[in-house]
Write a new protein. Structure first.
Length: 115
């Protein structure tokens, strides 16, 4: 039986050139996890799953070139990628007043439900 989860999502966007982020990270995190069907701890055999996703925030504030760097498995990656492609209005990195497309790695840690 698959249930919703208590989740911790850590946003980590590291770059030497600039910083971009979702304009509303709490809604973004909740939107990603609200519709994902998760396996239980018993089905997976562990308490947490960690995945890493790489993407670029373009100069229009949209995400592109989304790839899975470290897979969670269980069909979860496809759902997360879909939600990332739907994400809009990210703050664009500016360097010396000029908007720039910047690449990021987003680790997502899911704490799975017990039952």
């Amino acid at each position: 039986m698959i249930k919703q989860l208590a989740i911790l999502i850590t946003f980590l966007g590291l770059s030497f050139d600039g910083v971009a982020q979702s304009n509303n990270t709490s809604n973004f995190a909740s939107d990603i996890t609200r519709t994902i069907k998760l396996p239980t701890r018993k089905e997976v055999g562990k308490k947490k799953l960690l995945g890493k996703y790489r993407f670029t925030v373009d100069v229009d504030g949209r995400l592109k070139d989304i790839t899975v760097k470290d897979s969670m498995g269980y069909g979860i990656d496809e759902d997360i990628i879909k939600k990332l492609y739907e994400a809009k209005n990210w703050k664009v990195a500016e360097i010396n007043g000029e908007k720039r497309a910047i690449s990021y790695t987003l680790p997502i840690l899911l704490t799975l439900p017990k039952k």
